[in-house]
Design a protein around this ligand. Structure first.
Ligand code: URA
Length: 227
């Protein structure tokens, strides 16, 4: 995938990838999150703010229908109403950090969980499914897939494969993440070309240990206090 540079949003312009506008506010939130001196308390507080922005942007990609209402002034307002069934699915463990902000925005949303880890016993160390619990009618739902970081994209690709096996249409999956990188985005869209990705920032690259650069280190460890 070619990656023309866009100073407002980052290096990706692809209709399947939404990058949040790089406002000063967004940059300030990232500055706190990425600072290695940031306390766990602040890391959680500011990641919740970022995740909330991400979720609101992701919800814009869902289907809406016209809805006219009358305001207290007796005047009509030509509005919109969400018109689909929705579920969140978190990729454990880091994706679970995004469940609370999703619930804050989508009342009573059903939330499934998928645990994928590298199979250390296999020579290829490929992503392997260890646990999956999804709403029984997941195949009828649009799915917000939650994982704060896309590094190689291996876990996301496996999670999307699992969702497809449960009857979810690939085009009904919106993958939300805080920080991504060109390699991960490209891998996910090559394996799953109908998925939509929403990210707050596209970073530069991956290091040899598959950490995103500049990144913020291990999101799950910083959020859950297991550093
Ligand atoms: N997961 C993380 O938490 N951080 C990275 O840099 C890559 C994957």
């Amino acid at each position: 995938m070619s990656a023309p540079s866009n100073p407002a949003t980052g290096p990706y312009i692809d209709p399947r990838v939404t990058v949040l506008p790089r406002t000063v506010q967004l940059t300030a939130l990232h500055t706190i999150m990425r600072d290695k001196e940031t306390s766990r308390n602040d890391f959680i507080f500011y990641s919740n703010r970022l995740i909330r922005l991400l979720i609101e942007a992701g919800l814009c990609l869902l289907p809406f229908e016209d809805k006219a209402v009358t305001t207290p002034t007796g005047t009509h307002f030509a509005g919109k109403e969400f018109s689909a069934k929705l579920a969140g699915v978190s990729i454990m463990r880091a994706g679970e950090s995004m469940e609370g902000p999703l619930r804050d925005v989508c009342k009573m949303v059903r939330i499934g969980k998928i645990l994928i880890q590298r199979d250390e016993s296999s020579p290829s160390k490929e992503a392997k499914l260890f646990y999956c619990k999804l709403p029984v009618d997941i195949h009828e739902r649009h799915v917000i897939l939650l994982d704060p970081m896309i590094a190689t994209g291996g876990s996301a690709i496996k999670a999307i494969e699992v969702l497809r096996q449960h009857g979810v249409k690939e085009e009904n999956i919106i993958f939300l993440n805080i920080i991504s990188c060109p390699e991960g985005i490209s891998n996910v869209l090559t394996a799953c070309p109908l998925v939509k990705i929403v990210t707050t920032w596209v970073d530069d690259s991956l290091n040899n240990h598959k950490y995103i650069l500049p990144g913020l280190g291990d999101f799950g460890d910083r959020y859950f206090g297991t550093e």
